[in-house]
Design a protein around this ligand. Structure first.
Ligand code: SF4
Length: 178
């Protein structure tokens, strides 16, 4: 096991004094730099910066950053939620490291799609069946990984097949490995 333990730090983000949600960091005793190209290859929507030794990812409304000796996450409710979230990310790093011989590492820096790029490929009917008031709101939440492509039932209609395929290529739709 690569990461055996970590020190947890929970704090109010400096840019949001008085915020009711917290940010948290796991301070690591080992350098996880070598796992980043493997995470980059397996986490859909991850953005790897080889020169900075950092990889960012969005998952379930959390902005996550992996660095050599640190994993950080945003938007956690309290200390217990922070610990659970970071423990899940530590497990992800450990599982990925254990599977590294099965994974082709990627050193590519991908670009995240903008909300407008996503919106252009949505049906733009504002039908609200996804639970959002407009397709653009849905696009914003897709870009932030707070919704999934499958939450728009209209995309399953045959006339949107091509757009749905394009969205499938550009979209951040959660982890490719669990
Ligand atoms: S279900 Fe699809 S088409 Fe309807 S509002 Fe949501 S994103 Fe737009």
């Amino acid at each position: 096991m690569l990461i055996k333990k970590f020190d947890l730090e929970v704090f109010t983000p400096p840019c949001e004094p008085g915020a009711e949600r917290y940010a948290a960091r796991a301070h690591l005793m080992v350098d996880i730099s070598e796992t980043l190209p493997y995470l980059n290859a397996t986490l859909r929507g991850a953005v790897y910066f080889p020169g900075a030794g950092a990889l960012t990812w969005k998952k379930g409304g959390h902005n996550i950053a992996f660095h050599s000796y640190e994993i950080a996450t945003s938007n956690v409710e309290d200390r217990d939620a922070a610990e659970k979230e970071l423990k899940g990310l530590v497990d992800l790093v450990n599982r990925t490291w254990e599977r590294r011989t099965e994974i082709t590492p990627s050193f590519e820096t991908r670009q995240r799609p903008t909300p407008m790029a996503i919106f252009k490929l949505l049906p733009q009917t504002n039908c609200k069946l996804c639970g959002e008031s407009t397709c653009y709101t849905f696009a914003l939440k897709l870009a932030a990984s707070q919704r999934k492509l499958a939450d728009c039932p209209i995309l399953n209609e045959p006339q949107y097949d091509e757009n749905k395929s394009k969205l499938g290529v550009i979209m951040i739709d959660g982890p490719a490995i669990g």
